[in-house]
Write a protein that binds this ligand. Structure first.
Ligand SMILES: *Cc1c(COP(=O)(O)O)cnc(C)c1O
Length: 344
């Protein structure tokens, strides 16, 4: 297959180390992995293979299409969005456990004689899940529940909501037939052992995202975008670069045009604030990011030219602050045009 002019270098050792750090931080609880949205944009099959080899046993996807994509790997999968009528033929095959979110989903699963399932309970986020009252009303009687779970709305910030949700969830201990309880996402793991229960469900931090200070020294960058130079040019003092001429050169400026743009997930928010790197030099983004192209200043590197590669700064907390996108959006936006190259 023809090679692409943009590539995503993926550090498999960092991915596995991030999982091990989160597993350790989860204490006696098992540590699973959220691999929805194609493993947060990195490629779910490669991510699951590596995490399973590291010892991860519980994987979470959003939809049945995502479960089907991973089915051949033979790992334990839970489908967070539950089961629609349309999902039942696949769901009943036992390829994954549905996370039942509503009374209608519970009824559908029971009526079909479904096997092991998970259950989501809402403890204040008001997104998916049964109410505590529903979960303790007898509605769940007769289900073979592996894991009962809830999701934290504010795990990345301090405030009263976390403890409130944790207490509401704790009150379900021994009140359902579930074998395990699970509450914490990545940031929730940093809230301490009270939040770990039996199983944690990190996503973002596996892939290098850092939402709590405690993770700064534990979590390493996994995804490194790089793009090839298509053209090098000299922009004369007073001339502009790119759409809407938002950058005007104060002096004659050496510029490289890179094969990456917002259609690849290098968002327009990086216009004028993104940073390239090559040969140990910083190469600032000049002007507006186009759909498929971006310009960087290469005054620092006279020898850099057509066909050479430039890496783009993508350390997630910093890249999110610069671009105005969330760390989640930066990862899940990484497009289909990259060659994804795993190191290790
Ligand atoms: C996405 C998701 C996770 C993982 O959250 P991160 O913040 O990425 O760690 C865990 N649980 C549920 C229910 C989710 O939807």
């Amino acid at each position: 297959m023809i090679s692409a002019p943009l590539r995503l270098r993926l550090d498999g050792a960092a991915l596995a180390d991030n999982w091990r750090q989160l597993d350790t931080a989860s204490g006696s609880a098992a540590c699973g992995a959220a691999v929805k949205a194609d493993g947060y944009g990195l490629g779910a099959i490669a991510v699951v293979r590596r995490l399973a080899a590291a010892g991860c046993r519980d994987f979470f996807v959003a939809t049945w299409a995502e479960a089907e994509h991973l089915a051949a790997l033979g790992v334990s999968l839970s489908v967070l969005h539950g089961v629609r009528v349309e999902d039942m033929p696949l769901a009943i095959s036992g390829m994954a456990r549905p996370v039942l979110n509503t009374a209608a989903q519970v009824a559908r699963w029971k009526a079909a004689g479904g096997g092991a399932c998970d259950v989501m309970v809402d403890t204040g986020m008001n997104r998916l899940g049964l109410s505590i009252e529903e979960a303790t009303s007898g509605l769940l009687d007769g289900l073979a529940i592996d894991t009962i779970m809830s999701h934290l709305a504010c795990a990345d910030v301090d405030g009263p909501m976390n403890a409130r949700q944790c207490a509401a969830f704790s009150a379900l201990k021994n009140r359902t037939s579930a074998q395990r309880m699970s509450l914490a996402n990545s940031a929730g793991i940093a809230l301490g052992k009270d939040y770990a229960f039996d199983l944690t469900r990190p996503g973002l931090a596996l892939y290098g995202g850092i939402m709590r200070a405690a993770h700064e020294r534990l979590i390493r960058q996994v995804a490194f975008p790089e793009a090839q130079i298509l053209q090098r040019r000299r922009v004369a003092a007073g001339a502009s670069i790119g759409y809407n001429a938002t950058f005007t050169a104060a002096a004659d400026t050496e510029v490289a045009i890179l094969n990456i743009g917002y259609a690849d997930g290098y968002w327009r928010g990086f216009s004028g604030v993104g940073m390239g790197h090559a040969g140990g030099c910083d190469l600032p983004v000049l002007g507006r990011v186009s759909m498929d192209l971006v310009a960087v200043c290469v005054d620092a590197l006279p020898s850099l030219g057509e066909g050479d590669w430039v890496s783009l700064a993508f350390e997630l907390p910093d890249a999110a602050a610069r671009s105005g996108m969330s760390q989640y959006e930066l990862l899940t936006g990484l497009g289909r045009r990259f060659d994804r190259l795993w190191l290790d």
